[in-house]
Design a binder for this molecule. Sequence first.
Ligand code: ADP
Ligand code: MG
Length: 240
Amino acid sequence: MITLTEVNKFFGTNHVLKDVNIHVKTGEKVVVLGPSGSGKSTMIRCINMLGRPDSGRVIVDGEDLMEPHAKLKKIRQEAAMVFQQFNLYPHMTVLENLSIAPVMVQGIKRDIAEKSGMEFLDRVGLADKATAYPGQLSGGQQQRVAIARALNMHPKIMLFDEPTSALDPEMIQEVLDVMVELAHTGITMVCVTHEMGFARQVADRVIFMADGQVLETGTPEHFFTHPENDRAKQFLSKII
Ligand code: ADP
Ligand code: MG
């Protein structure tokens, strides 16, 4: 479903991704770990071309995204992203937030987008907040809305970039619970997160990045108990 081959990216002279190779199969759940500044966000943004590599190949659902005529709009709908900052539209109700993109971008009829929006709100436990405004919700609730909004695009891939990092500790679990349930639906997921419990629970595979490189990849059982790379050992000793 996702193939990054020899991907390189520079910001000025800063070589941020160095020959990164990543393969994610359909339905696979991958958790990306690594110290701050290691290129995790830059890498995940390449998957839907929010950031463009300087070289390498990015193939998502059979589409070669480095091609000049690649269907980026289609891929951005297929690979929905949830960020640390929820970026909900503050002047729109929750349900309007969920239906705006399907209506405006995908050309779906409003009543249909709202109907499926209500189903996803129900899935994240917030059906009763459909007419609320984002400012009336807690951070955890806003992030669950952001997940429901992404799902209402009916993506094949969900990309998460530290979705719980901006939340107060007591709200982290409610968002992780939604992500765990989502994982069980069989959707392809790539999650940058420091939540080791989540990684152990749902990841088929963990990818460890440092200094713009993929240094280790393996099952969570193996990675957490027998990390092989020294940087990975160092990283784990600090966070576990
Ligand atoms: P991570 O998500 O692992 O913390 P990032 O991908 O955000 O790492 O950043 C990797 C490196 O790229 C860092 O050195 C960061 O300063 C740099 N970087 C990220 N985004 C930009 C940008 N838009 N402009 C310039 N440098 C950037
Ligand atoms: Mg980041």
